[in-house]
Design a protein around this ligand. Structure first.
Ligand SMILES: NC(=O)c1ccc[n+]([C@@H]2O[C@H](COP(=O)([O-])OP(=O)(O)OC[C@H]3O[C@@H](n4cnc5c(N)ncnc54)[C@H](OP(=O)(O)O)[C@@H]3O)[C@@H](O)[C@H]2O)c1
Length: 330
């Protein structure tokens, strides 16, 4: 099969697109014919060797996929040949990735793709949608009528946080890097989109939510607690999920006296049951039209290295060049 893989970690140029043996599904795995795969920042960290992760070599890059079941392992009793499925959490913790014509995936990480939803849409929601759901629903327990602030509403995770928070019934305040991206956030349902390069974000949040925000979701790799903590409401929840190297100052007193809580997580450590609970809601919201992933561009597998470079420049280099997910067609 055709696959995008690395033989050693390093820069995007380490990615080769070539032939690898088609994997055989064993146990509760199924073989998925991959029709669309989505790129996430974590794919670039793993490829670069920037986060410690056990990877089998040659290693197929990529976490997200959507496609059709082609073969079923002996122990899998629910999925059958021809089923359309989507999923994430591949290319992690020793598992092979998804940027290939085929992927052997344990059925516990796969969800049915609703008939009216395209493979591209399903793949684009996978890791980012599950992440947003885990943080908002499992951890922060966002409720209807509450106010949420998400820093970076135009990004992959942020755009899912905006829409899931609206689906839950919250008021949503977010930030974006330009007038155009702020308009995109409003199209996704944000009640307020602040242009972080042109406006005083703290002053605007204070003005919109004078009693504070109930949930603050930080997508930046350098959270600023000195700014954020005073803007939290009593019993506010703060969600952190980026910035492994960040060591910011933390105003302890103002945080605990208000009874606030801090949540941190990495989606790939969530159990299959936790991820499936997220996927069930994502499917429901996709069908209801409440969740629409933003797709910036669709590239052929041959462009995998260029796609990695672009993602890196955008997320780490803050080039602002992307406004949505990069999808790959194997
Ligand atoms: N823990 C987990 O499970 C988990 C899961 C997924 C992702 N992550 C991490 O979460 C981070 C975000 O991922 P992503 O896929 O959403 O990345 P992304 O699509 O590149 O989004 C990054 C966002 O940051 C915004 N931004 C940049 N500088 C900003 C600033 N000064 N103020 C406010 N917003 C700013 C960008 O806005 P503009 O483009 O509008 O400028 C963009 O919307 C990454 O570090 C990723 O590794 C962690």
């Amino acid at each position: 099969m055709k696959a995008a893989y690395i033989k050693s970690t390093g820069p995007p140029e380490n990615i080769t697109v070539g032939d690898l043996p088609t994997p055989q599904p064993t146990g509760s795995q199924v073989l998925v014919s991959v029709r669309a795969a989505a790129l996430n920042p974590v794919d670039t960290y793993i490829r670069a060797g920037a986060i410690p992760m056990n990877i089998p070599l040659p290693f197929v890059v990529g976490c997200d996929l959507a496609g059709t079941v082609e073969q079923v392992g002996r122990e899998e009793k629910h999925l059958k040949v021809g089923d359309r499925v989507w999923g994430s959490n591949q290319g992690l913790l020793g598992r092979q990735g998804t940027f290939a014509e085929y992927a052997a995936v344990d059925a516990c990480w796969l969800y049915p793709t609703p008939a009216q939803i395209s493979d591209e849409t399903a793949a684009a929601c996978a890791l980012v949608g599950i992440t947003a759901h885990l943080g908002l629903v499992r951890d922060a327990k966002l409720k209807s009528g509450e106010t949420l602030f998400v820093n970076g509403g135009s990004g992959g995770v942020g755009s899912m946080v905006v829409q899931i928070a609206k689906a839950v019934g919250a008021q949503v305040i977010t930030t974006a890097g330009s007038k155009e991206k702020a308009a995109l956030c409003r199209e996704l349902g944000a009640d307020h989109a602040i242009e972080y390069k042109a406006e005083d974000v703290a002053a605007r949040v204070q003005e919109i939510a004078p009693n504070g925000v109930d949930v603050w979701w930080e997508t930046l790799r350098e959270p600023n607690f000195e700014v954020a903590v005073p803007l939290l409401a009593p019993r506010g929840r703060f969600v952190l999920m980026a910035g492994r190297d960040a060591r910011p100052a933390f105003p302890v007193g103002p945080f605990y006296v208000k009874g606030c809580q801090l949540y941190g997580f990495a989606m790939f450590n969530a159990t299959p049951e936790e991820q499936r609970a997220a996927a069930d809601d994502i499917n429901r919201w996709l069908v209801a039209g409440k969740l629409k992933p933003r797709i910036d561009r669709v590239l052929p597998l041959e462009e995998a290295a260029a796609a990695h470079r672009l993602q890196e420049e955008s997320t780490v280099g803050k080039s602002g060049l992307l406004a949505g997910k990069i999808l790959i067609h194997p």
